[in-house]
Design a protein around this ligand. Structure first.
Ligand SMILES: *Cc1c(COP(=O)(O)O)cnc(C)c1O
Length: 346
């Protein structure tokens, strides 16, 4: 096969910032060590690029959600460093965990039985302390099936850590209380936002995801966390617009004066969703180029009247400082990362 030419979309990964973010979160975790949530292809950044950097920085525990995410991760880390959050929901899942040596999170009595039937061994146990999503209900913690588990990490997950909610302290206390009923080697409660709640939430192991990749779920983290993902898109075509010309599907923008417009290789199929249409801009050097009209599947059009030097084939930056971008377009910082499409050169 002939290699295709370089892509017209690229995602620059700032490895220094990624490693620095992990180290900052590890330091903020105090006595606890930080692991890393690398589910959903490392939040859309790319497991193959992200995991080696985190491993070199010192990270030893890697969380994915699906069993299907395990093989790619095992190309970079040892099986005992991999934890699968969704747990074994079918016998095949438990058999796969046994065969590969990765650790399942047990979330229910059903999952505990499947795991024991497959032969059992070290597992993590998620107890629900109020998110009511995934995890063993507190009332089932005394079940004899649970007593037969070999629990490495007892876990729970915070529902509102990005807010100053009384739910945080309620969950922390319930977690401490429940931990008395289950023998375990270590405890883990905090995600990125949970780390910012302070050392009382760190226990033995923290599980940051979002903030590794530049997300700032709480203001306390703003100074410690740097942008990691820098998307760029190439200019496909330049054109002159006259007053009265409209741009894009449904002609939602009409020029009121002569303008220069650039058509750019970036669309909603790449994760640049239609909500950007009214508020988005791309950047050329220091110049901000506002979007004109709709976001299409593969293209946007920007006003480049202020940058006459711009040429077809030039690269534009997509402003992706996550807290600012989220504020601007209304998507969450998580969505901004995980929707970045497969056409980016990573
Ligand atoms: C995704 C996830 C995390 C990471 O959360 P962030 O908010 O991205 O830091 C931690 N723990 C569990 C159980 C998760 O599902």
């Amino acid at each position: 096969m002939i290699e295709p030419p370089p892509r017209s979309l690229r995602l620059r990964l700032d490895r220094e910032a990624l490693a620095g973010n992990w180290r900052a979160l590890d330091r903020l975790s105090g006595e606890a060590r930080a692991g890393a949530a690398v589910k959903a292809d490392a939040y859309g950044i790319g497991v193959a690029k992200v995991v080696p950097v985190l491993r070199e920085a010192g990270c030893k525990t890697f969380y994915v959600a699906h069993w299907s995410e395990v093989p790619e991760l095992l190309a970079h880390v040892a099986p005992h460093q991999v934890v699968v959050l969704h747990g074994p929901i079918r016998a095949e899942d438990a058999a796969f965990a046994k065969a590969t040596g990765v650790r399942p999170v047990i979330n229910s009595l059903h999952q505990a039985r499947l795991w024991l039937e497959a032969g059992g061994g070290a597992c993590d146990l998620m107890v629900d302390t109020g998110i009511n999503r995934l995890g063993l209900p507190p009332g089932e913690i005394g079940d004899p099936v649970i007593a037969r588990l070999k629990v490495e990490t007892l876990m729970s997950h915070l529902a509102s850590a990005d807010e100053d909610s009384p739910q945080n302290e309620m969950q922390r206390r319930l977690f401490e209380g429940l931990a008395r009923y289950v023998p375990h080697n270590q405890r883990s409660l905090a995600n990125s936002a949970g780390i910012a709640l302070g050392q009382a939430y760190a226990f033995d192991l923290t599980r940051p995801g979002l903030s590794l990749y530049g997300g700032v779920p709480r203001a306390e983290l703003a100074d410690a966390i740097r942008q990691v993902a820098h998307p760029q898109a190439a200019v496909l075509q330049l054109r002159d617009l006259s007053a009265g010309d409209s741009v894009g599907y449904n002609a939602t923008f009409t020029a009121d004066r002569p303008m220069r417009a650039a058509t750019v290789s970036l669309g909603y199929a790449d994760g640049f969703l239609r909500c950007w249409a009214s508020c988005g801009a791309l950047r050329f050097g220091e110049a901000m180029l506002p979007l004109l009209g709709r976001v299409s599947m593969d293209m946007v059009v920007v006003d480049c009247s202020t940058v006459p030097a711009l040429c077809e084939g030039d690269w534009l930056d997509v402003p992706y400082h996550l807290p600012q971008a989220a504020e601007r377009c209304g998507l969450s910082q998580y969505e901004l990362l995980t929707t970045l499409g497969r056409r980016f050169q990573r």
